[in-house]
Design a protein around this ligand. Structure first.
Ligand SMILES: [Zn+2]
Length: 138
């Protein structure tokens, strides 16, 4: 699907990362993809935590206003992480965006919800993710 790679390329210039994100996006349910693509407030950006020159990166806080954050900030190192781990992280972040950083029910933990949705899309949390708990936001 050519339009998905163009969509990702609008936000992400780093091509190995762009390819990984596009590959996962192409496998998500069509209603999820459309929900994200049709929302003008949905944005993505890549950042390198090791690069001190990009410390002014701004991430909108979720939970303020009505719909929550719909920005995904990708660590550039995802481009070179083990593929099963990278795919899981990418699906997990798309799940957060789709769920607007909330659980699927009032009581559900947003992290559990994102993991469950990613798993439903075919991206189970890999064992290697246990070594990468620093990736988690909270
Ligand atoms: Zn998460």
């Amino acid at each position: 699907m050519e339009y998905l790679s163009s969509f990702v390329a609008r936000f992400i210039q780093h091509s190995p990362l762009q390819e990984r994100i596009t590959a996962v996006l192409q496998t998500l349910p069509v209603e999820v993809v459309q929900d994200l693509l049709r929302d003008p407030r949905f944005t993505m950006a890549a950042y390198d935590p090791a690069d001190g020159s990009h410390t002014h990166f701004h991430i909108p806080l979720p939970g303020r206003g009505d719909a929550g954050s719909r920005m995904i900030a990708w660590k550039i190192s995802l481009a070179h992480a083990p593929l099963d781990f990278a795919n899981y992280v990418i699906a997990h972040e798309f799940a957060h965006a789709y769920l607007r950083n909330r659980g699927r029910t009032h009581d559900e933990d947003p992290e559990d919800a994102a993991d469950a949705l990613a798993a439903a899309w075919g991206y189970d949390k890999p064992r290697s993710a246990m070594r990468y708990t620093w990736w988690r936001r909270s």
